[in-house]
Ligand binder design. Sequence first.
Ligand SMILES: [Cu+2]
Length: 130
Amino acid sequence: MIRARLMTVLALVAGGLAACSSASPATPTNTVSIGSAGVHLGTPAVVVAATDQNTFNPVTVTVTAGEIVEWRDDGSVAHNIIFADDSSIGDPVIDGGGGSWQVKFTTPGTYQYACTIHTGMLGTVVVTSG
Ligand SMILES: [Cu+2]
């Protein structure tokens, strides 16, 4: 009985490790629709504030594949959004005073991004399969 339980635990651990090692790094290439500044794709599932304190708030957001994330800058400092795995899809500038930008994420994964204007201004979008 004890041995059977131990085997179950080991199997769960092994399964967890296998799931981790098989996950390839998420790359945004060809997985998103990009709205240029001021052009909206639709109603966002979540809005991330780019703040005058040089933070993204919330730092990490989770959406379901197909949903839209909007970045919005209601402060006075301009920011940008550059994705770690593909800088070509980023937005060069989101102006303060209500500037915004949207991305529709269509592929599950973890997408890390940064504002390259401000060192350490980082954020993550987690896209689940729903
Ligand atoms: Cu910034």
